[in-house]
Design a protein. Structure first.
Length: 168
């Protein structure tokens, strides 16, 4: 019983401090932003401009891994029960209120909850079986294909602006 409570406490503390969790449903493992609220991780996605949630189905199970925010090492993993929240329900409203505060760079911040209700899914990932054991191999994998772009050419004037010397 003590190990179970310790595992639950570790899951909660790690998930609260981490901005991302790694989730694998029936598809590939993906990094998802989330919020920890009332004993579970909540994610929103599958809509235009939101994160994909492939392989996560209502009533299904998912493997969740939390890594350290500062070191990047695996802290804890657990099997989650996946529940899709009905838009407009009391649980959905509470989850969306928490998620809204964590959603960065939303183009429609004020109308975001209405859009999520129409076009997205809000999922509750409730921990079931917790594992703190480290895997035998590294679990390293090639990145999934994505349309996201992080590198663009450096503007020609930038080095001069950054490295110019101040004249006395």
């Amino acid at each position: 019983m003590t190990d179970k409570l310790l595992g639950q406490a570790l899951v909660e503390e790690a998930a609260k401090k981490s901005g991302l969790i790694w989730v694998r449903g029936d598809g590939p493992e993906r990094a998802l932003w989330h919020v920890w609220h009332e004993g579970a991780a909540y994610v929103v996605g599958d809509g235009p401009g939101e994160q994909p949630l492939p392989g996560l189905t209502d009533g299904g199970r998912a493997e969740v891994t939390v890594r350290s925010k500062d070191k990047g090492g695996r802290l804890v993993a657990w099997t989650a029960e996946v529940r899709e929240l009905a838009p407009g329900s009391e649980a959905w409203e509470a989850a969306v209120a928490e998620l809204k505060g964590k959603r960065l760079n939303a183009p429609d911040a004020e109308r975001m909850p209405e859009r999520w209700g129409r076009e997205c899914r809000v999922l509750r990932l409730e921990p079931r079986d917790v594992s703190t054991e480290l895997p035998a191999d590294s679990l390293a994998a090639a990145p999934l294909p994505s349309d996201a772009v992080t590198r663009r050419p450096v503007p020609a004037a930038l080095p001069r602006l950054l490295f110019r010397r101040r004249r006395a």
